[in-house]
Design a protein around this ligand. Structure first.
Ligand code: ATP
Length: 361
C-alpha cells in the first residue's frame, strides 16, 4: 500500500461552542515533514484546531484523517500525535530524564528500551549535561528543549506546538526559533505550530495558514503571504504596510490604475475584476518605497514633505505627507543614517506597480 500524500487532512471541520463559531468549515491538508504554522489574532480558532488534531476536542461536524485513518472520534492517547504546551507542563518533581521517560513508560516500553530512547533524544537535543536536573534548575530555553524532547521521545507522526515560545524573552526567542526549525529539519517530523506572532511565523514556517474568525484567510509560503497578501486582513497582520484606498480608473490585463487622492497609481491585480469607479484598496510594503530628491524612474511617484521619523536601529521609518493632499501619508523604511539627513526640502517617493498589490476586502 502506498502512503497517502498528505499526513493530515482536516475535512470540512466546524466547531461551535453555543452561539460561537470557533471553526467554520475548515479544510486543510498537511504534507509529511512540513512545518505548518497557524497564524492569527486571539480568538480566530487556532487552539481549537490544535485541540481537535490532538483529540482533546471533537468537531461539531467534519472529519480528521491522520495517515489515511479517520481519527475524528479517537481519544488523544490512541493517536500518533504529541503536543508541546506553552507552559511546557514539565513535572517539577521529576528530573529531565524522568520527564522524558514518562511518556515512554505510559506506552509500556521496557526499561532498557526507555533508557536507550531517552539517551538518544537527550543527545540529539544536547541535554546530556542536564539529565539529573529538575525543571526548576533550568533556564527557560533549556526547559523548552526538555519539553520538546519529551514530546518527540515517543516518535509521534505529528507534533502540535501551542505557542511554545511565548514565555521566552525576545532575544532568546529568536535563538530558540532557529533551533526549533533546525530540529524540525533534522527529524523531518511534521510540525503544526500555533502562534499570533507574525514574525515568528515568517521565520520558521514552510507554510503559513492565516486564520480569521474561524476561516482560512490565506494559505501560502511566508514569501507569498508577505509579498502577495490576498486580503486587507493579511496585509495588515503580516508585516508593515501602506494601505491605499481609492477608486478604480481602469484595468489592462493584470494591471490596474487607481485614483488615490487625485494621483494615478498603477498596481498589479491578477484575477481582479471590478467596475471602473469602484472602491479599491492596495498595499505597498514600507521597504518597497524609495526616496529621492528628483522625480524617480518608477511607475508610481508622489511628491511631498517628510513629517515624521522613527529611529528603529538598523533602519528608520519616515512619513511623507503628499503635497496639498490632506490625509495622504505614506510610510517608508530607509537606511537609518540616510534617513537622518532628510530635512524639510520637498522629496519624492517612488515604487513599481509590481510592488503594489490589490487586496480583497
Ligand atoms: P488565542 O490566541 O487567544 O489562544 P485562538 O485563536 O486559539 O485564540 P480559540 O481558543 O480556538 O482561539 O477560540 C476560538 C473561539 O472559540 C473564541 O471565540 C473562544 O472564545 C471560543 N471558545 C474556545 N473554547 C471554548 C470553550 N471551551 N467554550 C466556549 N467558547 C470557546
Amino acid at each position: 500500500m502506498t502512503a497517502p500524500a498528505s499526513l493530515v487532512r482536516i475535512e470540512g471541520v466546524s466547531k461551535h461552542f453555543g452561539d460561537t463559531v470557533a471553526l467554520d468549515d475548515l479544510t486543510l491538508d498537511i504534507a509529511r515533514g512540513e512545518f505548518v504554522t497557524f497564524l492569527g489574532p486571539s480568538g480566530c480558532g487556532k487552539s481549537t484546531t490544535l485541540r481537535i488534531l490532538g483529540g482533546f476536542e471533537r468537531p461539531t461536524s467534519g472529519r480528521v484523517i491522520l495517515d489515511g485513518e479517520d481519527v475524528t472520534l479517537q481519544p488523544p492517547e490512541k493517536r500518533h500525535v504529541n503536543m508541546v504546551f506553552q507552559d511546557y507542563a514539565l513535572f517539577p518533581h521529576m528530573t529531565v530524564r524522568q520527564n522524558i521517560s514518562f511518556g515512554l513508560e505510559l506506552k509500556g516500553m521496557d526499561k532498557a528500551a526507555i533508557r536507550k530512547r531517552s539517551d538518544e533524544i537527550m543527545a540529539f537535543l544536547e541535554l546530556e549535561s542536564y539529565v539529573d536536573r529538575y525543571p526548576g534548575q533550568l533556564s527557560g530555553g533549556q526547559r523548552q528543549r526538555v519539553a520538546l524532547a519529551r514530546a518527540l521521545a515517543p516518535d509521534p507522526a505529528l507534533l502540535l506546538l501551542d505557542e511554545p515560545l511565548g514565555a521566552l524573552d525576545a532575544k532568546l526567542r529568536g535563538q530558540v526559533q532557529l533551533e526549533l526549525k533546525s530540529i524540525q529539519r533534522r527529524t523531518q517530523k511534521t510540525f503544526f505550530f500555533v502562534t499570533h506572532d507574525q514574525e515568528e511565523a515568517l521565520t520558521m514556517s514552510d507554510r503559513i495558514v492565516v486564520m480569521n474568525k474561524g476561516r482560512v484567510e490565506q494559505d501560502g509560503t511566508p514569501e507569498e503571504l508577505y509579498f502577495h497578501p490576498a486580503s486587507r486582513f493579511v496585509a495588515e497582520f503580516v508585516g508593515d504596510t501602506n494601505l491605499l484606498s481609492g477608486t478604480l480608473r481602469g484595468q489592462d490585463g493584470d494591471k490596474i490604475v487607481m485614483d488615490w487622492f487625485g494621483q494615478n497609481l498603477t498596481g498589479l491585480a491578477p484575477g481582479f475584476t471590478s467596475a471602473v469607479g469602484g472602491n479599491i484598496t492596495a498595499s505597498v510594503r514600507l521597504e518597497k518605497l524609495g526616496l529621492s530628491a528628483e522625480r524617480p524612474f518608477a511607475e508610481n511617484a508622489v511628491k511631498g514633505k517628510i513629517v515624521g521619523k522613527t529611529f528603529l536601529g538598523s533602519r528608520m521609518a519616515v512619513d511623507l505627507a503628499v503635497d496639498q493632499t490632506e490625509g495622504a501619508i505614506l510610510r517608508a523604511f530607509v537606511d537609518a543614517e540616510a534617513g537622518g539627513t532628510f530635512g524639510a526640502d520637498p522629496i519624492w517617493m517612488g515604487w513599481d506597480s509590481k510592488d503594489m498589490a490589490v487586496l480583497r476586502d
